[in-house]
Unconditional design. Structure first.
Length: 348
């Protein structure tokens, strides 16, 4: 009987040790994700400021403007550092490749799948041009300022900040630092239409920094940034104003959509005069803010969103958000001390 008790005790101790070991192992596995959690309403993240494994002496950045992910899962970063305008990462932050020395004003980066092959579209605010390239950097198309039709008197007035590409290859360009037009080109680079432009009415724009053909929209409408006015505006592809998504306190950059959610970097808050005041905002399918990363909790009163503002000094000037397949975020920053992008890992 005593022998049986000892065996039972040994078995109990062994099982307990295995269970505790499992707990310790699990704790070890999850330890890397410990730390502050940012965000609201079950759209929350942990922060990794050392995601990029690049050596800044070998692969420097200046302003990290925008990021996209290709079908292979690679992350493309655009910077206006001409030693390497494009840095290509895996999702763990390891550098896979780099290219580009010809884009001193590299600003907007869009990826588009054309019949199974992906291409990049780059806007350059210094050269006043838009480029279509292969993923390895070969320039296939260059769009210059539309001077020939009299819309622009000087090439320097054309300062494109962003593009979005339709399924048929049509190109929509936001002249966000120039005359504030949205310019509609065909796939060959011929101007078809334009709308917006400077002005005080709602149909006009000021700092039309970003543009996106909203994949959630059944009618193929465009989301256009009106940054100084703290909003996105929805237009038909022909230029008819359909809606205004007001985001008080948020000087938003370009809209980025994955699934039902809309993500945007907020460069500054509450207006463009306050330095170092950025955060990231996230909206649901109904275009209601559900979470702010580094920003105040979204509050609606009588259906109206209350002014938002920075609460945590996570970011200086976030300029773009890239969302990967696992719903993690990568945030590129402008005028932030030449820092590499941060990664925000989704936790809920």
């Amino acid at each position: 009987m005593k022998h049986r008790i000892n065996n039972s005790r040994r078995q109990f101790i062994r099982n307990a040790s295995l269970s505790l070991g499992g707990i310790w192992l699990a704790n070890g596995l999850f330890a890397r994700d410990k730390g502050p959690v940012y965000g609201h309403n079950h759209v929350q993240y942990t922060l990794d400021t050392t995601w990029s494994k690049c050596n800044p002496q070998q692969y420097p950045v200046n302003d990290c403007h925008e990021m996209v992910q290709d079908k292979k899962g690679r992350i493309f970063l655009l910077t206006n550092e001409t030693k390497n305008n494009i840095l290509i990462y895996d999702t763990k932050g390891q550098l896979l490749d780099s290219w580009g020395h010809a884009f001193p004003g590299a600003h907007g980066l869009t990826i588009h799948d054309e019949n199974g092959t992906e291409f990049l579209y780059i806007t350059d605010t210094v050269k006043h041009q838009v480029y279509k390239t292969t993923l390895s950097g070969q320039i296939l198309l260059t769009i210059d300022a539309p001077i020939e039709n009299g819309l622009y008197k000087q090439a320097e007035k054309f300062v494109p900040t962003e593009t979005t590409i339709a399924a048929n290859g049509d190109i929509f360009i936001a002249d966000g630092y120039g005359e504030q037009y949205i310019l509609h080109y065909n796939s060959k680079g011929h101007l078809l239409n334009y709308f917006g432009g400077r002005g005080e009415g709602d149909e006009h724009l000021d700092n039309a920094h970003g543009i996106l053909l909203d994949p959630r929209s059944k009618d193929g409408s465009l989301l256009v940034t009106d940054r100084t006015r703290n909003c996105f505006k929805r237009f038909s592809q022909e230029g008819k104003l359909q809606d205004i998504i007001r985001l008080p306190g948020a000087c938003v950059c370009r809209p980025v959509v994955q699934g039902d959610l809309l993500y945007a970097a907020v460069l500054r808050s509450p207006d463009m005069n306050k330095e170092g005041s950025g955060f990231v905002t996230i909206l649901d399918r109904d275009n209601k803010v559900v979470s702010n990363i580094g920003g105040s909790e979204p509050i609606y009163k009588d259906g109206q969103l209350q002014p938002m503002y920075q609460t945590d000094k996570i970011f200086v000037h976030p300029h773009d958000v890239c969302v990967d397949r696992d719903h993690n975020l990568y945030v590129a920053q402008w005028a932030a001390g030449k820092v590499y992008p941060y990664k925000l890992k989704r936790v809920s």
